[in-house]
Design a protein around this ligand. Structure first.
Ligand code: PMP
Length: 362
């Protein structure tokens, strides 16, 4: 959960008040299935921060990026189709693809994100087996759950591989603006327009409770997304869209993103320091942004089996198996540093280390 308490109440109150005062009847009415034109313009400004240029016509506002994932799956996936995804991959994207009876095939990752050679080999293998590959789903910046970031060089390579193979890339980028040191490489959509559908959200840079995200898609796909959006929800929430639009007009939203970065940087630092202190023998990723650290356990441990014992000590994590469609990830877990305070993080890691060492001596 994002730490929404770092968002000053005053900023939200102003946006809500202006929405009610100045747009009352419109904000309380159904809106366009594609989303508010003014907000779509503002979304272009947000995406420009990551090097993306697009047209307001090609932005579709959705009920969080989660809904954009669902709409993309609905449009593209038939039973038996393959979605290639990073291994591990965002758990609720896996759930969506599975719900349309697609098969998720994972491609190996390392500290630098998706491994291009492994992607190439996977495509060859699947094609030889006569499989139909519909999408490459990727979270290139501050990956959920691994926390790692795809380099610029690899972004180019992955796009080239996908282009050669005629596979559409679904770039899911909720965390790109939440960097701690240097900005990540620019979005893959900034390099390639036709072969990429880009997903963004206000959930991490503003507030997830508003449930507003978006897709930026090539024209033909955008038309279908709007129809699918209308069929599913008629229009995304007019009220939320107005509140966000007012917020972007009246608040120092770039400064607020800076504030979030500072909060999460401090928490990341607390987690890394606590891991180094309490679990010096283990390996974990070092994220430069986002919310997550991926911790590897000694091979003989099973993170899912261990979870009830951790919860008994009042510390929780997401077992690695949640992020694989094929049973992988037993010896890994996702730790989230976004919500707890640094003190809670330190105490949580201390307790987790005690649980792990208890398992090893069983
Ligand atoms: N994609 C990824 C990678 C995420 O981590 C999340 C939120 N955890 C989402 C999509 C969905 O976000 P939302 O629907 O709130 O925009």
């Amino acid at each position: 959960m994002p730490y929404v308490s770092a968002l000053p109440r005053q900023l939200v109150e102003t946006a809500v008040e202006r929405t009610v005062r100045e747009h009352g009847p419109v904000a309380l009415q159904y809106g366009s299935g594609q989303g508010m034109p003014r907000l779509r313009e503002q979304i272009l400004e947000v995406m420009a921060l990551e090097g993306i240029r697009g047209s307001v016509d090609d932005v579709v506002v959705t009920t969080g990026s989660q809904h954009a994932l669902e709409l993309m799956a609905k449009l593209f996936l038939d039973p038996g189709d393959v979605v290639i995804a990073e291994g591990p991959s965002y758990v609720t994207a896996i759930t969506v693809f599975k719900s349309f009876q697609a098969e998720i095939v994972h491609v190996e990752m390392d500290e630098g994100g998706l491994v291009p050679e492994a992607l190439r080999a996977t495509i060859v293998r699947l094609r030889e087996a006569g499989r139909r590959i519909k999408l490459l789903y990727t979270v290139p910046s501050f990956h959920n759950p691994m926390g790692v970031t795809l380099s610029w060089q690899r972004r180019m390579e992955v796009l080239e591989i996908a282009r050669d193979a005629g596979i559409l890339v679904l770039e899911d980028n909720p965390y790109g603006l939440l960097y701690f040191d240097q900005a990540p490489p620019q979005a893959m959509r900034s390099i390639e327009e036709d072969g990429v559908v880009y997903l963004g959200t206000f959930s991490k840079t503003l507030a997830p409770g508003l449930r507003v995200g978006w897709a930026l898609a090539p024209h033909a796909i955008r038309e279908k997304l709007v129809l699918a959006n209308e069929a599913a929800v008629l229009s995304p929430s007019s009220f939320s869209q107005h509140v966000i639009s007012e917020y972007l007009d009246t608040a120092d939203w770039r400064g607020q993103i800076d504030t979030f970065r500072g909060v999460y940087r401090e928490r990341r630092d607390a987690m890394l320091a606590a891991l180094a202190e309490h679990l010096p023998g283990l390996r974990w990723t070092v994220p430069n942004g986002g919310f997550y650290v991926w911790l590897r356990l000694p091979e003989q441990l099973d993170s899912k089996a261990m979870l009830p014992r951790a919860v008994k000590e009042l510390v929780a994590y997401t077992p690695g198996t949640a992020f694989y469609a094929d049973g992988g990830g037993r010896d890994a877990m996702r730790l989230s540093f976004c919500y707890p305070t640094p003190d809670f993080i330190r105490e949580g890691v201390r307790r987790l280390a005690a649980v792990i060492s208890g398992e090893l001596t069983l």
